[in-house]
Design a protein around this ligand. Structure first.
Ligand code: ADP
Ligand code: MG
Length: 265
């Protein structure tokens, strides 16, 4: 059993505060999802957990199995089993997908890396994700479609075998068939590995395939409500307005009024 605890975490970039006393605990076998309006710090949260040093932590701690990971580098965090599937995967010209994965896996499993086993796993996981045979030999994410990039993040997850999986809008850019493939594979990996999952999504459709145990609404850098699956439907019907503070509500209303008046011109 593993756990990831985020305690009273505050994060800034420059003088802009993004996370504000944020708290969350994820245990093995649990699926958490965070939903919230654009630009409120969801991706920032995941990047800070993974160790992105663009952001300044001004308060709080991140603990893995009750030990702080704040002084660990990104690769050290990956080595203990934390994995981030990025919202916008990075393209690297001149590095093949297979070489990238082989380097990542052999670094993670230093004493236990077997090339033949790696190749077999890579092929069977690519098949599960319905990726073409040539896919692993292409440059990392170069010319990949939106859907292929997202499937490639899941391929990395399969190969690195993390115990805490963070997925940032893994459903964006996926057609209905790819959405099912990605969703089913994440669920299968969770069943086999008993990993803990933190998903960020805007839509119920992904959660039809990956059932969340906890649904959190995030506004202004912190969680303002936690519920179960029913909360997803409620948000789809009602939006986030009731969770925003009153100044933001007026601002939103103002924008709508301006838009409506422009439409009428
Ligand atoms: P979300 O994922 O919830 O849409 P983000 O975490 O990407 O939001 O961003 C939260 C806020 O922080 C936004 O206002 C965004 O512009 C700002 N931000 C995030 N990363 C940076 C960065 N590297 N430089 C400047 N501002 C940033
Ligand atoms: Mg984001």
């Amino acid at each position: 059993m593993h756990n990831l605890k985020i305690n009273n975490l505050s994060v800034s970039i420059g003088d802009k505060k993004i996370l504000d006393n944020f708290n969350l605990e994820i245990k093995s076998g649990e699926v958490h999802t965070i939903m919230g309006p654009n630009g409120i710090g969801k991706s920032t949260l995941l990047k800070v957990i993974m160790g992105d040093d663009t952001y300044t932590i001004t308060n709080g701690d991140i603990l893995f199995d009750d030990e702080s990971i704040l002084d660990k580098t990104v690769d050290e965090r990956a080595n203990i089993g934390i994995f981030l599937g990025l919202q916008t995967p990075i393209e690297i010209e001149g590095v093949s997908n297979a070489d990238f994965l082989r380097t990542a896996c052999s670094t993670k499993n230093k004493n236990n890396f077997k090339l033949m086993h790696f190749i077999k796993e890579l092929e069977s996981n690519s098949d599960k994700l319905k990726l073409n045979k040539d896919f692993i030999h292409r440059d990392l994410n170069i010319g990949f479609s939106g859907g292929e990039k997202k499937k490639n993040e899941i391929l990395q997850m399969y190969m690195l075998k993390p115990c805490i999986v963070l997925l940032d809008e893994i459903d964006s850019g996926l057609d209905v068939d790819s959405l099912k493939i990605v969703g089913d594979n994440v669920t299968e990996y969770k069943k086999d590995s008993n990993c803990g999952i933190l998903l960020i999504t805007h839509y119920q459709r992904l959660l039809d395939y990956i059932k969340p145990d906890f649904v959190h609404i995030m506004v202004d850098g912190k969680i303002v409500k936690t519920g179960d699956y029913k909360l997803v439907k409620y948000i789809e019907d009602n939006g986030y307005n009731e969770y925003m503070d009153s100044s933001k509500k007026t601002e939103k209303l103002g924008t709508c009024i301006v838009r409506e008046s422009l439409k009428n011109e």
